[in-house]
Design a protein around this ligand. Structure first.
Ligand code: 5AD
Ligand code: SF4
Length: 439
């Protein structure tokens, strides 16, 4: 039996797909990348923005066609759109067999059996939950791994659906995290990415007295672990001690993803972000002072309800001041049930699109200029596979998360090598393997 799984959205969803795949393999399914040859299809969906949600609809026609050709194929919809739309998915698309929420992954094998046995569509959505088997995954890569350290979110940024679909923030116990990473390292993993909606608030719900920076220290002490990443940081909880650890520990990458969201204090307040532009700039100044070569990336929303042109210009001003290596930019998308969706919004979408374009042009120019600074320099690169753009090249990531393409033997995949940067594009770099290699 073959299972096809497609993931939309964030790394948390990627990790969930790896958990789903683990369970499917336990049931005897083998993974396929050919949807037409599969017996079971899972779409692991995202609902953070309307566009992300609509991607489900973009695929549903194809699923219907496959199902009409072979009624035995099981069509399963999981993830955040499933969690928020519930039965509505089956009402709209009766050929869907299983709808399961983000808290229902452990019971997925049972749902499959039930659906086959009863030959009926099933929807199973729990409101909240914490899977003790969070770390049982079928990993996509054998040299790098995601490690969830918190699930859910307590911040209720006024535009965001995540706290409603992923539930309250829950931290994983320190010893479980450490034991899991030690196990991964013993099986050849050299890079881990610690995952959480707001990693900086790690541990606040536990009675272990371990803060995020203390957790980072413990993870960093694990021998043979070469690279530690973490996402996502929240400026309101970002502490000075994190900067110190990154500065002092070699295996913590010099990259911080710190979503700004908006540059105007009025908008930040309306977003319920709990920091000001001055606070944000202060953090950036501290990072730059202590770790001058740290790359900083961000998320920005354009056109939040009530945002005026002069507010947007403050965002643009922040982008120019901070000079992010990269920014993930989004036009505000109202999500039902959130506080922001009730705020009156008088700026036309056309106008927002113009602002968005301005932001993109400014940021792309900065990314370009920052990337050019890497030319001629040597960096450690973790080789991840063949290049997506050119199958004759390899692709890897520098510590700062920038993608580098270069010529090399596929035997290098999974290793850290030295690469000298030769050319810079807006979103990636080209390079040559350094003669003296292996780091
Ligand atoms: N509209 C637009 N962008 C959003 N994001 C989250 N919710 C929304 C929304 N309703 C963006 C934020 C967040 C990223 C993952 O998605 O920038 O950091
Ligand atoms: Fe959403 Fe804010 Fe939580 Fe991030 S911190 S998941 S933007 S509510």
């Amino acid at each position: 039996m073959k299972a096809y799984i497609k993931t939309f959205g964030c790394q948390m969803n990627e990790n969930d797909s790896e958990r789903i795949m683990y369970l499917l393999e336990e049931e005897g399914y083998e993974r396929t990348y050919d949807i037409a040859a599969s017996d079971l299809i899972v779409l692991n969906t995202c609902t953070v923005r309307e566009k992300a949600k609509n991607r489900l609809y973009g695929h549903i026609g194809n699923l219907k066609r496959l199902k009409s050709k072979n009624k035995d194929i099981l069509i399963c919809i999981g993830g955040c759109t499933a969690q928020s739309m519930k039965e509505k998915i089956i009402e709209d698309f009766p050929f869907v067999d299983i709808v399961f929420g983000t808290h229902n992954i452990p019971e997925f094998p049972e749902l499959i059996k039930k659906s086959i046995l009863t030959n009926r569509s099933i929807c199973s959505i729990k409101d909240n939950g914490f899977d003790p088997d969070l770390f049982k995954v079928k990993r996509e890569y054998n040299f790098k791994a995601f490690v969830p350290i918190t699930i859910g979110c307590n911040n209720y940024c006024s535009y965001c659906i995540v706290p409603f679909v992923r539930g309250r923030e829950k931290s994983v116990e320190v010893k479980k995290i450490i034991r899991n990473i030690e196990g991964l390292v013993s099986r050849g993993v050299i890079e881990v990415t610690l995952l959480g909606q707001n990693v900086n608030s790690y541990g606040k719900d536990l009675n272990e007295g371990c803060t995020f920076s203390e957790l980072l220290e413990k993870v960093s002490d694990i021998k043979r672990l070469k690279r530690i990443r973490f996402i996502t940081s929240h400026p309101k909880d970002f502490s000075r001690s994190i900067i110190d650890i990154i500065k002092n520990r070699d295996n913590l990458v010099k990259h911080i993803h710190l979503p700004l969201q908006a540059g105007s204090n009025k908008v930040l307040k309306e977003m319920n972000r709990n920091y000001t532009r001055e606070d944000y700039l202060n953090i950036i100044e501290n990072i730059r002072e202590e770790i001058p070569d740290c790359s900083i990336t961000t998320d920005i929303i354009v056109g939040f309800p009530g945002e005026e042109r002069y507010d947007f210009l403050e965002t643009l001003d922040m982008v120019r001041k901070v000079r992010f290596n990269r920014a993930f930019t989004f036009i505000y998308s109202p999500r039902e049930g959130t506080k922001a969706s009730k705020i009156k919004d008088h700026i036309l979408l056309e106008e927002k699109k113009k602002w968005f374009k301005e932001l993109l042009e400014t940021q792309n120019r900065i990314s370009d200029e920052e990337n050019k600074k890497f030319i001629g320099k040597k960096f450690k690169v973790l080789v991840e596979g063949k290049s997506v753009k050119d199958g004759n090249l390899l692709e890897g990531r520098m510590e700062n998360n920038t993608i580098v393409n270069f010529k090399g033997n596929t035997g290098l995949i999974g290793k850290i090598v030295s690469v000298i940067i030769t050319r810079a594009k807006t979103f990636y770099l080209m390079g040559d393997l350094a003669r003296k290699n292996y780091v």
